[in-house]
Structure formats: structure tokens, C-alpha cells
Write a protein that binds this ligand. Structure first.
Ligand code: NDP
Length: 239
């Protein structure tokens, strides 16, 4: 007997929090359509977890690709009930370094990617009179610190977009999940060695991705009349 009888799209499912969310939700009987660019990882995960998990290559920075991803999920499972916008990147640097390409990549993945996801599912959610958008932001949606101005700006944007969606759509549930430090591959692309080293120190007190996966599951498994709008999950006694 499934505890979640829904079809759920999950982005950034090839590692970290996304992969953990797939593992957590697969145990509920939900049908999962998972995407990322490293398809060999998606394929292995789907193979391990069984027929309720299907995958397709996805680059969230490409709106047409995101629409094709959502359409493929409908073709495979007949419907879409929820979207977990989890894909994200965090190449931290000081503003003075003027790493324009990295700023743009964060905006493209973390902000445009979330909007492309909403664009791909919202008309369907409106037509069917229900749906759920879960956006993975960060504690960086609530604060800023040196080297993280652009990353935090993207996460502030995700917070505001999520709240705007909630206000505009009675039929759509919206959830913002804001993790603190989680031990994942995030930041592997930091191009400033001292900042990359600093991240390792920062991660000494960190959550494992399953902690965030449980928060995502909690939000999704509530009855349709219950909208969990925001969850912040930090390691205990984090700064
Ligand atoms: P990971 O680096 O492990 O996962 C990031 C995922 O995003 C990967 O699956 C990657 O897949 C995917 N991704 C990146 N770019 C694209 C793209 N253009 N199109 C599709 N998928 C893409 O990090 P986390 O699991 O930690 O990150 C997940 C989310 O959690 C992010 O939004 C992050 O900002 C947020 N977060 C993480 C925290 C942490 O401490 N780890 C803290 C707060 C928030 P692929 O490369 O295969 O495409």
C-alpha cells in the first residue's frame, strides 16, 4: 500500500540531496521521474530502485528541455503531481574576483532552472486543480556572507518565487526547503583554492543528505489540504 500515490519529478537526482530524496521517496511507492546531466548515475539509481523510478537527461538551464522532461514523465506515468526543484550549483567567490561566468551559471541553474521547472508544470497543475512545487533553497535564502553574495542572491530569489507562487495559486501547494550545511558534492566547482579549503572546514559539522530528503518527504506526504510552506534544517547547534 503506497503512502504517497503521486508522480513526482526530481531534478538534480544524480547526487547529494536529490539522490537521497529519490531513495527516500521510492520507499513510499511514489512514482518518480528523475533528471540531471550525469545520466549514468540516474540509470544506475533507477535500475537499483525498480520500475517506479524512471529517468531522462535534463539540463534545467534549458526551458525546452525541462518541458520535454515533464512531458516524458506524463508519457511514462500518465500524470505529474509534484516537482522537486533541487538542482543547484555553488561556485563561491568574492565579488571583487569578477567571475562573471560563475555568477551567470548560478543564476542560470539556481534561478532560471527553478523558473523553467515551474513553467513546465504550472499549466498542468492549474488545469488539474492541484499540484505541489518543492523548491530546495538554502539557509543562504535567509542570510548572506562573504564569497556567497551571488549564491545567496539566487537562493533569496528562490524563496521569493516560492512565496509568489503560493500567493497566486490556491490550487498549488508550495514548499521551500532550506538546508544548512550538508555533506555533498556541492561546491566541487569552486575555482578559488582557499574558499574550497574553507568549505571543507565548514563541513566538519554537517548533515547527511537523508536529513533533507526526510523533510522533502514530510512536505509531500501531507494531505492535500495541508501546505507545508517552509522547512529549515540545520545540523544541531550550527552557527
Ligand atoms: P550536489 O552537487 O550533490 O547536487 C547538485 C545536483 O544538481 C546534481 O545532481 C547535479 O547533477 C544537478 N545539476 C547541476 N547543474 C544542473 C543542470 N544544469 N541541470 C540539471 N541538473 C543540474 O549538491 P547538493 O545535493 O548539496 O545540492 C542540492 C541542492 O541543495 C542545491 O540546490 C543546493 O544549492 C542546495 N543546498 C545544498 C546545501 C549543502 O550544504 N550541500 C546547503 C543548502 C542548500 P548533474 O551535474 O548530473 O547535472
Amino acid at each position: 500500500m503506497p503512502t504517497i500515490d503521486k508522480t513526482i519529478l526530481i531534478t538534480g537526482a544524480s547526487s547529494g540531496i536529490g539522490e537521497a530524496a529519490v531513495r527516500e521517496l521510492a520507499g513510499t511507492g511514489a512514482r518518480l521521474f528523475i533528471g540531471a546531466r550525469r545520466t549514468e548515475r540516474l540509470e544506475a539509481l533507477a535500475q537499483e530502485l525498480g520500475d517506479n523510478v524512471a529517468w531522462r537527461a535534463l539540463d534545467v538551464t534549458d526551458a525546452a528541455d525541462f518541458q520535454a522532461f515533464a512531458d516524458a514523465a506524463v508519457e511514462r506515468f500518465g500524470q505529474v503531481d509534484a516537482l522537486v526543484n533541487n538542482a543547484g550549483v555553488m561556485p563561491l567567490s568574492a565579488l571583487a574576483a569578477v567571475k562573471l561566468d560563475e555568477w551567470n551559471r548560478m543564476i542560470d541553474v539556481n534561478v532560471r532552472g527553478v523558473l523553467h521547472g515551474i513553467a513546465a508544470v504550472l499549466p498542468r497543475f492549474v488545469a488539474q486543480g492541484s499540484g505541489h512545487v518543492v523548491n530546495v533553497a538554502s539557509v543562504g535564502a535567509h542570510m548572506v556572507m562573504p564569497t556567497a553574495a551571488v549564491y545567496c542572491a539566487t537562493k533569496h530569489a528562490v524563496k521569493v518565487i516560492t512565496e509568489g507562487l503560493r500567493q497566486e495559486h490556491d490550487e498549488v501547494r508550495t514548499t521551500l526547503i532550506s538546508p544548512g550545511v550538508v555533506a555533498t558534492e556541492l561546491g566541487h566547482d569552486i575555482s578559488v583554492p582557499e574558499i574550497a579549503d574553507g568549505l571543507l572546514t565548514w563541513r566538519k559539522k554537517s548533515l547527511t543528505p537523508d536529513a533533507i530528503a526526510r523533510a522533502i518527504r514530510y512536505a509531500i506526504e501531507q494531505p492535500d489540504g495541508v501546505d507545508v510552506n517552509e522547512i529549515i534544517v540545520r545540523p544541531t547547534a550550527a552557527d
